[in-house]
Design a protein. Structure first.
Length: 257
């Protein structure tokens, strides 16, 4: 029993450490407040003055904002946009041969673009909320990264009277584009009388991320020239990578609190 009691105490302590807890939190005009490594902000009174911002913990799928009283000015933001994926690395260029009658090597295939990260899901709980101007909640999915370009095939050495020219290397395949991240979900839990009042004042961007474009295939390497009938063949052009796909849109919902 002592073991389980101690384990439960550790669990409660970890929850407490994961939360940001304030009696009153006032964000001055244009001030930016970050959730940092936490995904839960609990505050008795939250005041966001004009053009102030909350930045969510984008490494967590869901973030929670619990505020008994919320007073929000004009042009305020909550940022939970997913990060864009990085572009894929290009394939290495094939080795060209300077010796007679030797072929070039193939270019390497490129790397796929990274997928865009999903927008953060945000759950807001409040008993008393008022928005003076507009609150923009940014939960868009990140864009997928473009695929890398395939490596160029190496050129071949020339032919002689004793041997034909080498063949050019093939171009590497272009990397596929990354998938766009899905838009996040915003769920606002407030007393039913506040739904119609604050809904027109909340602007949500929860679009899905754009797809990454497939990378171009690598250029073919040139075949080596030689005497009549002894020239090598050019390499093949690398195939282009496939485009990624669009991320899905998120959702907005209101529920009674």
């Amino acid at each position: 029993m002592k073991f389980f009691a101690s384990l439960f105490l550790v669990f409660l302590c970890s929850l407490a450490q994961a939360q940001l807890r304030y009696t009153k939190l006032v964000l001055q005009p244009k001030q930016v407040f970050s959730f940092g490594t936490s995904d839960i902000l609990v505050v008795d009174t939250l005041i966001m003055m004009d053009s102030s911002s909350l930045v969510l913990n984008k490494t967590k799928k869901e973030n929670y904002l619990h505020a008994k009283v919320m007073r929000i000015g004009n042009n305020c933001f909550i940022d939970g946009n997913g990060n864009n994926g990085k572009a894929g690395k290009p394939g290495s260029v094939g080795t060209s041969s300077f010796g007679p009658c030797r072929s070039g090597t193939n270019g390497e295939d490129a790397v796929k673009g990274e997928d865009g990260l999903h927008g953060t899901d945000l759950l807001i709980y409040s008993k008393d909320i008022a928005i003076t101007g507009q609150l923009s909640v940014l939960l868009a999915g990140g864009n997928g990264g473009n695929g890398g370009m395939g490596g160029e095939g190496g050129s071949a050495g020339s032919g002689t009277i004793h041997c034909k020219g080498g063949d050019g290397g093939n171009g590497g395949k272009g990397g596929d584009g990354g998938v766009g991240g899905n838009g996040g979900k915003l769920a606002v839990h407030v007393p039913i009388g506040f739904h119609s009042v604050i809904a027109p004042k909340i602007k949500v961007n929860f679009r899905g991320g754009q797809f990454g474009k497939g990378g171009r295939g690598g250029y073919s390497g040139a075949g080596g020239l030689g005497p009549k009938g002894k020239s090598g063949r050019n390499g093949l052009q690398g195939s282009d990578g496939n485009d990624g796909s669009l991320g899905n849109y998120g959702t907005l919902s209101f529920a009674d609190n």
